[in-house]
Each structure stands twice: as structure tokens, then as C-alpha cells.
Design a protein around this ligand. Structure first.
Ligand code: PLP
Length: 368
């Protein structure tokens, strides 16, 4: 079996983890947290970085710290992970979805403005699968209407838009360090911002909103979203090699492009546009209409042949949990509905070997 993801942990990971054990610093107190936060902030070019337990809770804290209140509306892509809409709904706000661009899978930036009304407070941008969202139009719309930008850069470590780091575009930006991301801490996440007040609020939300002056008296409800020193140790070792990781991912993506270019039934990912070159967080494929089956059917064939795979995201406006609660009544997003049913991704983790990429492609050609 060629797994859909294998992480690469062959740098200073073991050394730093041993330091945690040798010194006894294993909780969220400990020197690696600060170091990891400082290095991430420097790498992305932000003033503040706040390490948290995972990328999903980073969004929960970000939505609250962005000042989203019950009754507010937040615009987001329908084609994304549940964490995005869940954070908005948990804050008591209304998620308002837009369709996707069929080539980059990112939110259709031309569909944003018609969704704005008096209740709209923010645009949540999610860069999907390795290619960044076209940010300039989003920034222009946000400025024009006085909206905050929450940027989910969970899949974009090391990616740039017109040369500027992803994770630097939001009033609040978030990352995930799940093992399939470009750098991992096992489980982990990060919130980045340039705003002192937002940063302080996120630090407080992460730590149960304990008050510095009167610890067990609370003005607000927070969470325990703390990252451990063990996770940060792993993260620091990974971050040291981010450039190598991004280059490796790009090489893997280019090899897949080359080996699959003749497959008439596949829509392959966009390799570059004027504003970015793909970093292939995963290698996504959409089945063209010339293939009669859907992604579920094709993925079953891949699994039977020992090739790891995952279906695409399932759209927010089609989620049973939201439909049952009365959200998204009558909402349709035909392009996202199509790729959710016809899209999947193939093995693309950092630990994947070149020989395995050849094997994956040979198997695919065999199936077709
Ligand atoms: C992975 C991911 C998340 C969630 O991160 P976790 O650390 O798994 O909670 C959020 N948003 C996007 C776009 C992701 O890819």
C-alpha cells in the first residue's frame, strides 16, 4: 500500500524532543513554544504568532478575536474543511458561502461582493490544495466594505502570492501542523496577526481567559487550546527545513504533471498563474466528463490496487449537519458541487519516494 501521506521527520526532531524529556519541559510552558512562535512570525513576516492545539481551534479563536458576534455574517468558500464553517457557527454567526473557481478550487472572488450586506463582518479566505486565493480583489473588497479578513493558510506554509507570504494577508491568519501539512507538530496550529490587541485576545482565549492579575476570575470564556513544548520542539525542527520541503513538494507535483499529462480523463492542478506557482499541498485530480464514473468509484479502484487516496472536501452548503439546522436552504454552487463529486487526491506526502510516484501513475494508467 502506498499511503496518501507519510511525514518526513529526519531533521532535528529527535534531538529537540530529547531536550524536552531531559529538561522535563513537556507542557505548554517551556522554551520551544516561544522559539517556534518567534520563528513562525519571522518566517511569515508577522508581528505576533500564537501557537495552539490544532488548525481547527486556531479558526475558533480567530473568529472570536476578529470580533464576530451572534447575528453577524461571514463570507467563506463552500469548498473547504468543516473547521471553517464550524468556527463561524459556534460563534453564533451565519456562514455565507460562495462557489469555487473550477481550476484553482479556491473561492470565486467575483462572487463575494453580491453576498455582502449590513450584517457582513468578515471574509474568511481559505487557500486550497497548494494554490493561493487571488488576494488582491479580496483585499480591495474588504477595504471598500470595512470587512475583516480571516485567512486560513493551513495548506500554504511557504507559499506566496505575488511574492508575499501566505499567512500574511489576514487581519488574522491561521495555520495547521497536522502530519499531512508542509510542516507538522503531530497536532498543532498557529494564529498570526500584526495587531497587538488581537494577539493578546488570542493568547487569553487559548488559555481559558485566565486573568494575569486575578487568575481564577474570568471576564470571558476561553478554551484550553494550548500547544505543548513537545509539539513546538517538533515544529521548530520542521520549520528549519521548510524551504527544502516546499521544493520537494514542487518537484513531486511537477513529476505527477509530467507522468499524468497524457491522461485524457483527468483535469490536473494548475501549475502556475502570474501570482503563484503551485506548492502541491496535495496532488488533486478532477475526473473530466469523458470518464463516466465518479470520484468515489475511481477511489475504490485505487484503494483495491493499494494506492492511498482521499476524496475532495464536501461542500459546506451540502453538509447534513447544517442543512438539518436550517442553514443554506436553496443554496446551490454548481462548480463546487461538481468537483466535490469528481475530485480526489493521490499520495503526496513529503515522505513519498520518486519510485512510488512512478508506481502510482503506472497503476492509474492500468486502471484506465
Ligand atoms: C488541515 C486544515 C485545517 C484543520 O487543521 P487541523 O490541525 O487538522 O485541525 C483547517 N483548514 C484547512 C484548510 C486545512 O487544510
Amino acid at each position: 500500500m502506498i499511503p496518501v501521506n507519510t511525514p518526513l521527520l529526519d531533521g532535528n526532531e529527535k534531538k529537540y524532543l530529547n531536550e524536552c524529556i531531559d529538561t522535563g519541559w513537556i507542557s505548554s510552558e517551556g522554551p520551544f513554544i516561544r522559539k517556534f512562535e518567534e520563528q513562525m512570525a519571522r518566517y511569515v513576516g508577522r508581528k505576533h504568532a500564537i501557537a495552539v492545539a490544532n488548525g481547527s481551534v486556531a479558526l475558533d479563536a480567530a473568529v472570536v478575536a476578529a470580533g464576530i458576534k451572534p447575528g453577524d455574517e461571514v463570507i467563506l468558500p463552500t469548498f473547504t474543511i468543516i473547521s471553517c464553517a464550524a468556527a463561524i457557527v459556534r460563534a453564533g454567526a451565519l456562514p455565507v458561502t460562495v462557489d469555487c473557481d473550477p481550476a484553482t478550487f479556491n473561492m470565486d472572488v467575483n462572487a463575494i461582493e453580491s453576498q455582502i450586506n449590513k450584517k457582513t463582518k468578515a471574509i474568511m479566505v481559505v487557500h486550497i490544495y497548494g494554490f493561493p486565493t487571488d488576494m488582491n480583489p479580496v483585499i480591495a473588497i474588504a477595504r471598500k466594505h470595512g470587512l475583516k479578513i480571516i485567512e486560513d493558510a493551513a495548506e500554504m506554509h511557504g507559499q506566496t502570492y505575488f511574492g508575499k507570504m501566505c499567512g500574511s494577508f489576514g487581519d488574522i491568519s491561521t495555520f495547521s501542523f497536522y502530519p499531512n501539512k508542509h510542516i507538522t507538530t503531530g497536532e498543532g496550529g498557529m494564529i498570526l496577526t500584526d495587531d497587538d490587541r488581537i494577539a493578546e485576545h488570542c493568547r487569553s482565549l487559548r488559555n481559558l481567559c485566565f486573568k494575569p492579575e486575578k487568575r481564577f476570575v474570568h471576564d470571558e470564556l476561553g478554551w484550553n487550546f494550548r500547544m505543548t513544548n513537545l509539539q513546538a520542539a517538533l515544529g521548530l525542527a520542521q520549520l528549519e527545513r521548510i524551504e527544502t520541503f516546499v521544493e520537494k513538494k514542487r518537484r513531486m507535483g511537477r513529476l505527477y504533471n509530467e507522468l499524468l499529462s497524457e491522461v485524457a480523463q483527468f483535469q490536473l492542478p494548475v501549475s502556475h498563474l502570474p501570482y503563484a506557482e503551485n506548492i502541491y499541498w496535495v496532488y488533486p485530480i478532477v475526473l473530466k466528463d469523458s470518464y463516466s464514473g465518479d470520484a468515489e468509484e475511481f477511489c475504490k479502484l485505487l484503494t483495491d490496487k493499494g494506492i492511498g487516496n482521499r476524496p475532495f472536501f464536501w461542500n459546506m452548503h451540502e453538509q447534513p449537519v447544517f442543512l438539518r439546522s436550517g442553514l443554506f436552504k436553496g443554496v446551490r454552487h454548481p462548480r463546487a458541487e461538481r468537483i466535490a463529486r469528481r475530485g480526489f487526491y493521490i499520495p503526496s506526502g513529503l515522505g513519498l519516494r520518486e519510485s512510488e510516484i512512478h508506481e502510482v501513475c503506472a497503476t492509474i494508467r492500468g486502471i484506465l
